[in-house]
Write a protein that binds this ligand. Structure first.
Ligand code: ZN
Length: 83
């Protein structure tokens, strides 16, 4: 099991868990499930170690049939919402 440092956002404890992860690669969005990642127990920030990130990119490049394809709703907020 990988030893994670404290969360770089809030300083909380980061523990390994199996998570669902959004992964953007060359402008496309992929979702991976059952990903071993560090999860901050305070703010929920997820941390991927390099070997897992590499494996994910390898799978994106080589996978021919995906387990599931979902459609994702997209909303562009109007300008008046901007701060
Ligand atoms: Zn945190």
């Amino acid at each position: 099991m990988h030893k994670y440092g404290d969360c770089s956002f809030c300083g909380g404890e980061v523990r390994e868990d199996k998570v669902e992860m959004d992964y953007r690669y060359q402008g496309r969005l992929f979702i991976f499930q059952n990903v071993p990642a560090g999860v901050c127990q305070q703010c929920g920030e997820k941390y991927l170690i390099a070997t897992v990130a590499k494996e994910i990119e390898h799978r994106i490049q080589t996978k021919e049939k995906w387990d599931k394809i979902i459609s994702v709703p997209v909303d562009v907020l109007p300008e008046r919402m901007a701060v």
